[in-house]
Write a protein that binds this ligand. Sequence first.
Ligand SMILES: [Zn+2]
Length: 266
Amino acid sequence: MLFSQHWASFLSSGQFLKLTRAFEDPLQRTETFVLNRGITGRLHDTGILSFTPQSKSDTFLLISSGIHGNETAPIEMVDQLCQAIIKGELEVKVNLMLIIGNPAAIDFGQRFVEQNLNRLFCGLYKKQSSFDYEVKRAEMIEKSVYQFFAAAKSIDKPKLYHLDMHTAIRTSKYQRFALCPYLDGRPLNQDFISIFGGSGLQTLLLGNQPAGTFSYFTSHIFKANSATLELGKVRPFGENDSVKFLPVKTNLEKMISAQLVTKKSF
Ligand SMILES: [Zn+2]
């Protein structure tokens, strides 16, 4: 099937995961579209999609999933959010980017194809000896995120958020928690912590050194309020208990539609 056929199907259904899985290699093309509520959409490349609201917003929200291909629950969540937006069931009131990180690993049902994508950010992909799939993805994702956050430069005190969603292989003391990357000496934004209220997360951990993770990249380069969210156990597609993920999904919907009332968490 041609790209144009997949694209037409995406524009009516919003099935972002299906579109992404059809094109796991770089598309090397961008597509823009306008939803009937004046929301502008842009496909930056495969698995990388952004939305601009009709009214200007000072908030930039990046929600990423599938940096590890077998962590399916967050990927399903991003797919569901996209479908709700395209179908007009979810209003976009902030600048929003949705990412499905590693399409080839998703198709293999594996964490990664050649190497751990979540060790290649902050330009570390440039230091790799081979130009493998994850190196290509890290380069493409970084480039798109630079484009996304660039619009914040013209705004006085923009609010930048990045939630990178994962699930865990091992069972840990906490099933669901947030890990904020090393902040380069900046204080932790209390408003950011409070957005986790009602998400069902059990604790917040703080990174103590720079890393090649996606969340450290957005925190370090853009001073975004970033976190890696560990949301439960790894399961295959279709086997995730959607009830367990509902509090997080509801919080994301509220952030997207600018209806989140911050409250004390933990
Ligand atoms: Zn992961």
